[in-house]
Design a binder for this molecule. Structure first.
Ligand code: WTA
Length: 637
């Protein structure tokens, strides 16, 4: 492939060619991409891998710092271009424009703050912050000195924060005192203080004062961001990192009930995020790109921060929510900054589609060129609404399928290059060798016939997570043991006669609610911790805005305890242990859960009951306690 300076594929014939080359000779293909970046030393071995171990190494021997590629590299040609435009929660507060030159200074200065506080290469730093530019500064400063950042979504509870700090043994916590999300004030520092009662490894807490609210500070441990900047130089020599040195840990839900710390490394992740960003979204030089995801999730890591900055783009950071002060907000932002690429989640699209179109009509959103969707399947109705009302039939919709584990977009149209098809993520990007597996675990070869099965990947791509922090065995078990020599995604998919994929949903104990990836076991554990609860099962049912909503079936030690008050307590408990996003929409107290003879909860049946598909329960003859099913059905909510 002869790439242009943006690494962009511009025609479907070129996509076909690139795809072919990337599978025939991945080393050659990805070396050509990697050559576009600054390396302090070139790699001597492009790829070594063994999915049986499993082990994947890209660009071995290569030395680099990702922040030199995201910042320093752009200073010569575009130092005054906006790197970040920040839109605050409150539209009356002033927005901030931060150029590449300014961001470079901020990152260098904060890198010195980290080092002044004893943080070294390889140390873990937890970041728990709202969507403000300082979050990006903190993460890039970690990368600058080679510390491993572990960002925890600021909507998570103190307990969730503590368990992540403990798992990664973080030495430092970076947070803000308080912030507003819509009308709601969040006392972030107080949540941190609660979390820190359950942890032992944090030596320093750095607090950014986002609002004038009072901030509880602990002498000797807690320091204000601005005070620290007072004695930090603004130049900084970037640490020399190996391509395979860890860049960050990001926790995702797991079937075991304990979140898994996915570990991403430096070289492959950089090459993969930049390449996929350039191709899927096809940005031009003066475009203004907006991904509405929070940086606390992988979408924010890869497509608010690393991908766009590695590509030298202008990225929008939005602190608020689509409904505040009202449902005009997204369209107002698009008009205000003349957004060209807008990447969001189906949940937001469905919520916005429920509002009057007059909200949209009031705004000039004609700057838009490309629309994107991520995080869960986009249903046909939402797809068409997005296409008709927002894209006005002129903007390709890139429905991007990928995961925290994959690091980068895997299956997606390339804007303007791949023909889109409603509800389909379409075709794998170059380097992504997909396989559809049947019930027996055999690959369903592509023969121009539609097929359905579980989705696996046959060979490594540069940004694949290399392991689970401190638990390589679990990494092997979850992703590499179902199909020998392949990565198992946990998703099912349908493939049409042209090879386009539609992702149909999870086939494991992970559930996707409003695009958030949640583990049923984590939520069940939170419910079971209530002293009155004996056992519980969480399933999802279709919901017209959230996509899926949670339904909890709960058994009690004493059935007389069943009450609305107890339901409220259970919800509160889930909010405290996991976070408000995991609160179930419905709770039903049942005397017994349907179980197989080996004692496994039959979620398949509970899912049907939750969806009110009582005529379609399938075979229940294998149940240990078949009569409970009818009782549950009769009392379903
Ligand atoms: C789901 C988010 C259908 C899928 C980037 C996957 C999707 C899980 C899509 C990963 C899509 C993500 N269509 N389903 N375009 N994108 N998913 O780790 O089930 O938060 O396995 O990463 O979200 O969620 P995660």
């Amino acid at each position: 492939m002869n790439f242009n300076e943006n690494l962009q594929i511009k025609s479907f014939a070129d996509y076909k060619k690139a795809y072919q080359e990337s599978l025939e000779n991945p080393e050659k293909f990805w070396s050509q991409v990697a050559n576009h970046f600054i390396w302090k030393e070139k790699w001597n071995h492009t790829l070594s891998w063994d999915f049986k171990k499993p082990e994947v190494k890209w660009f071995q021997g290569g030395k680099l710092n990702i922040t030199e590629n995201c910042l320093d590299r752009h200073l010569e040609k575009q130092s005054n271009k906006d790197a970040i435009i920040w839109e605050p929660n409150d539209p009356n507060e002033e927005s901030r424009h931060i150029t590449y030159k300014q961001l470079h200074v901020k990152v260098c200065q904060f890198a010195n703050v980290l080092q002044n506080n004893g943080i070294k290469k390889g140390d873990r730093v937890c970041i728990y912050m709202p969507m403000i530019p300082e979050l990006t500064v903190a993460m890039l400063a970690c990368a600058r000195i080679g510390a491993i950042h572990s960002i925890v979504f600021a909507g998570f509870s103190s307990h969730a924060l503590a368990s992540r700090i403990n798992d990664a043994e973080c030495k430092m916590l970076i947070t803000a005192n308080n912030y507003y999300r819509g009308r709601k004030s969040v006392e972030l520092k107080e949540i941190c203080d609660q979390a820190l009662q359950e942890t032992t490894t944090i030596e320093t807490v750095i607090v950014y004062r986002r609002t004038l609210n009072p901030t509880p500070m602990k002498e000797g441990r807690d320091k204000f961001w601005f005070d620290e900047l007072q004695h930090a130089y603004s130049d900084h020599e970037a640490e020399v990192m190996d391509a395979e040195d860890p860049l960050f840990i990001l926790y995702t839900s797991g079937a075991t009930g304990k979140p898994k710390g996915m570990v991403h490394t430096t070289g492959g992740y950089m090459v993969g995020t930049a390449f996929s960003f350039q191709n899927v979204f096809q940005p031009s030089k003066d475009d203004i790109y907006w991904c509405s995801a929070d940086i606390g999730w992988i979408t924010g890591h890869s497509y608010v921060v690393y991908g766009p900055l590695a590509a030298g783009a202008t990225t929008i950071m939005f602190e608020g929510v689509p409904s505040y002060p009202d449902y005009n907000r997204f369209w107002e932002i698009i008009e205000k900054y003349k957004i060209t690429q807008f990447y969001t989640v189906p949940t937001a699209i469905r919520a916005l589609a429920k509002q009057s179109v007059s909200h949209i009509e009031k705004h000039d959103i004609s700057s838009l060129k490309v629309l994107g969707s991520v995080g869960e399947p986009i249903n046909a109705e939402a797809w068409h609404w997005f296409n008709d009302h927002i894209g006005k039939g002129n903007c390709p919709i890139v429905d991007t399928w990928w995961q925290t584990e994959t690091g980068t977009i895997m299956i997606s149209p390339i804007a303007g290059v791949t023909a889109t098809r409603p509800t389909f993520a379409t075709l794998p990007l170059p380097g992504v060798q997909t396989a559809l597996m049947d019930e027996e675990g055999n690959e369903i070869e592509f023969n121009n016939q539609p097929a359905e099965g579980k989705l696996a990947i046959k060979s490594p791509w540069p940004a694949i997570a290399r392991t689970i922090w401190n638990n390589h065995e679990l990494y092997k078990k979850i992703y590499f043991s179902l199909y020998e020599g392949m990565y198992f995604t946990g998703d099912a998919a349908y493939r049409d006669a042209s090879g386009n994929y539609r992702i149909t949903g999870r086939v494991d104990d992970v559930v996707i609610v409003s695009g958030y990836n949640l583990g049923t076991a984590t939520i069940e554990n939170a419910i079971n911790d209530h002293e009155k609860v004996a056992e519980s099962a969480i399933v999802t049912f279709p919901h017209d805005i959230k996509g899926n909503a949670l339904y909890a079936f709960v058994t009690l030690f004493n059935k007389n305890d069943a009450s609305e008050k107890l339901k409220k307590q259970i919800k509160k408990q889930i909010a405290n242990v996991v976070g408000p996003i995991a609160k179930p929409e419905k709770i039903q107290f049942v005397s017994d859960l349907p179980k197989t003879r080996s004692g496994k909860i039959m979620r398949r049946i509970l899912r049907k009951i939750a969806a009110h598909q009582n005529n379609d329960l399938g075979d229940i003859s294998t149940l240990e306690n078949g009569d409970t099913v009818k009782k549950i059905m009769d009392n379903s909510v």
